[in-house]
Structure formats: structure tokens, C-alpha cells
Ligand binder design. Structure first.
Ligand SMILES: C[C@](O)(CO)[C@H](O)COP(=O)(O)OP(=O)(O)OC[C@H]1O[C@@H](n2ccc(N)nc2=O)[C@H](O)[C@@H]1O
Ligand SMILES: Nc1ncnc2c1ncn2[C@@H]1O[C@H](COP(=O)(O)OP(=O)(O)OP(=O)(O)O)[C@@H](O)[C@H]1O
Length: 284
């Protein structure tokens, strides 16, 4: 079973409060983009989970793919089931586009089928959020207005523009941004009916820029071309375009020191599109 594992953008990200356990309450608009890692799953009967190649500086046991697979062990229909996973990584790490969370969700979805666990998407999302706040959106697979820490999801259908995605050469640690005392945590909550009309902002931007001068430089550059935004806690920035040609034109003049991609927003996750085809073809 070969599945794409897409990235997400936070079209806006408002921090509306902080819970007693330190986690932040937020409101955000999630949309997928067609920029993906690929995960290839082979069912085995040796009761082992292997991932190759290893991600540099990340022991297998810390890989969110491994942790997600471990969560499903108690639900396997046959205790001998194992899996060999091949990972083709394209998404930059620490980019605010949720690559690790997406890989974890793709693993939950794939093994739920291969190991015949028969868990609902809601149950997989509940299990996933224990590993990362961004996992439920990838499990559910639809664009959403999200609240809570990102797990209370309401389906929405925003426009699907082209995006220029830009990755400054730095890695932002999500925990460091949320721990900063200058982060504003008091944006007034909005109603879902406003979510698609609003030109929302990202409350993390000022703090991310303060810690990462290179994000500032890329932000100022991208702003010359339109309404530049930060996704998640960065480092990636994006700009929306009505058409592919304009997006490609700005990409062609992007300073070479930054990675840049042109991609398209999508309101259903490519993982679900391919998984549903696989389920259809393998129905007995
Ligand atoms: C910024 C977003 O990407 C927006 O979609 C997510 O909220 C972050 O999700 P994530 O990368 O899956 O983050 P997690 O791995 O759950 O959290 C990393 C760390 O960030 C802090 N954290 C995260 C999410 C949140 N709503 N409040 C927080 O304070 C916590 O200290 C946590 O230990
Ligand atoms: N399969 C994985 N792919 C990428 N990162 C992983 C994976 N498993 C664990 N990680 C860890 O998670 C960290 C964050 O990676 P990720 O690509 O999800 O960042 P991000 O895009 O900033 O996430 P978010 O938007 O959810 O904050 C990495 O630095 C890495 O240590």
C-alpha cells in the first residue's frame, strides 16, 4: 500500500488562550497542499515494525511513524502482523507544514486497514492527538476550522488557490515559540461563519521572527509580492495566487538560498483519496 502524506497550511492561526496544562487554545483554518511525502507499507507476519531509511538524527523509536504504529498494536486482528515501511521524505522538517504529524496520521490510516483494526476515523484521531496536536486533521482528511488545540474540527471548503511555499534555512521548534512570554494569547474568538471571510493573521509571527532573523528576511521579501503568511510556528511562509503562472513567476525570482515550491490547496487529503481507491480495489 503506497500512500501520499501531504503537508498542511494554517491559513490563519489565532491563539485565544492557554489551558492549565500549558497547551494553547487556538483557532485555525487548515488546508492541505499537494506537496507530499510518500509512505509504502508492506504487511509482514513477523510481528515487527521497520522504517527505512532512517531519518538523520532521529532514532526509529522517536519517529512519529513508529509511535503511531505502536498505538495500533493492541488492535491488530492477528498478533503476528508486522509492517515494513519505506519513507520517501520530501517535506522539510520543522517547517510548520506538519510533515511528522502527517506521516503519523498516514500510518494510522494504513495500518488500520492492513492490520484489520476496524477503528473509526474519530477513534484514530483521538489516539493521534496524544502524539501531536496536528495529527487529527490529517486523520480526518478534510479542510477544517479547528479549535481546542487543533482537535475540534468543523469541515469547511475554502478556495483552492495555488501557493508559493518558501522555506527559510532554519528549523523552528514549536515548543520554543509556544513557551515565549511575549506570545500574544488573547485574540478574541471568532465564529465559524467568519472563518472563510476573514483575512486572518498568525499570532506566532512576531515571536518566530524575533528568534529567527532569516524568517524575517524571507517574510519581508515575500511581502513585496503580496499578502505573505506564516504557517504554524514556521519556518515556512506562503503566498496565495489565483493562477499557476503568477505563482511560477514569483518562484522564478525567489533567492536561490531558500527552498521554494509551487503547490495547490486541496480540501480533501490526498492520503484519503488514494486509500479509498486501495480499499475499493482490495474489497473481497
Ligand atoms: C502550531 C500548530 O502546527 C498549528 O497547527 C500546532 O498547534 C502544533 O502542533 P504539533 O507540531 O503537533 O505540536 P505538538 O507536538 O503537539 O506540541 C509541541 C509543543 O508545543 C506546545 N504546544 C503545542 C500545541 C498547542 N496548541 N499548544 C502548545 O503549547 C507544547 O509545549 C508542546 O509540547
Ligand atoms: N516522520 C517524521 N517526519 C518528520 N519529523 C518527525 C518525524 N517523526 C518525528 N519527527 C520529529 O518532529 C519534529 C517536527 O517535525 P515536523 O516535520 O512535523 O515539523 P513541523 O512541520 O514544524 O510540524 P508542525 O507544523 O506540526 O509544528 C522533527 O524535528 C522531528 O524531530
Amino acid at each position: 500500500m503506497r500512500l501520499p502524506s501531504p503537508a498542511k497550511l494554517n491559513l490563519f492561526l489565532h491563539i485565544t488562550g492557554q489551558r492549565e496544562d500549558g497547551y494553547h487554545e487556538l483557532q485555525t483554518l487548515f488546508q492541505f497542499i499537494d506537496l507530499c511525502d510518500t509512505l509504502d507499507f508492506s504487511l509482514t507476519q513477523n510481528n515487527r515494525i521497520t522504517i527505512s531509511p532512517e531519518i538523520e538524527h532521529l532514532p526509529t523509536k522517536d519517529n512519529l511513524i513508529y509511535k503511531a504504529a505502536e498505538l495500533l498494536i493492541p488492535f491488530k486482528s492477528d498478533p503476528t502482523f508486522g509492517v515494513d515501511i519505506l519513507l520517501e521524505k520530501q517535506l522539510p522538517m520543522g517547517g510548520g507544514i506538519g510533515g511528522g504529524s502527517s506521516n503519523a496520521a498516514t500510518t494510522l490510516l494504513a495500518l488500520n486497514s492492513l492490520w484489520e483494526c476496524h477503528l473509526s476515523l474519530e477513534r484514530l484521531a483521538e489516539m493521534g492527538v496524544t502524539l501531536g496536536a496536528d495529527i487529527p486533521i490529517f486523520v480526518m482528511g478534510f479542510s477544517a476550522f479547528a479549535e481546542g488545540v487543533g482537535e475540534k474540527l468543523q469541515k469547511v471548503e475554502p478556495d483552492t488557490p495555488y501557493f508559493l511555499l518558501l522555506k527559510p534555512n532554519c528549523h523552528v521548534a514549536t515548543g520554543q515559540i509556544f513557551a515565549d512570554k511575549y506570545l500574544t494569547r488573547d485574540t478574541p474568538p471568532i465564529r465559524i461563519s467568519h472563518a472563510l471571510k476573514l483575512d486572518g493573521h498568525n499570532d506566532c509571527l512576531d515571536v518566530v521572527i524575533k528568534h529567527n532573523p532569516e524568517v524575517n528576511e524571507a517574510y519581508l521579501w515575500l511581502k513585496n509580492h503580496g499578502d505573505a503568511k506564516l504557517t504554524g510556528t514556521g519556518a515556512c511562509l506562503f503566498l496565495a495566487f489565483d493562477n499557476l503562472r503568477d505563482a511560477e513567476r514569483v518562484k522564478s525570482v525567489t533567492p536561490q538560498k531558500w527552498q521554494a515550491w509551487v503547490c495547490r490547496g486541496c480540501n480533501t487529503s490526498p492520503t484519503h483519496d488514494v486509500l479509498n481507491q486501495w480499499i475499493e480495489q482490495n474489497r473481497v
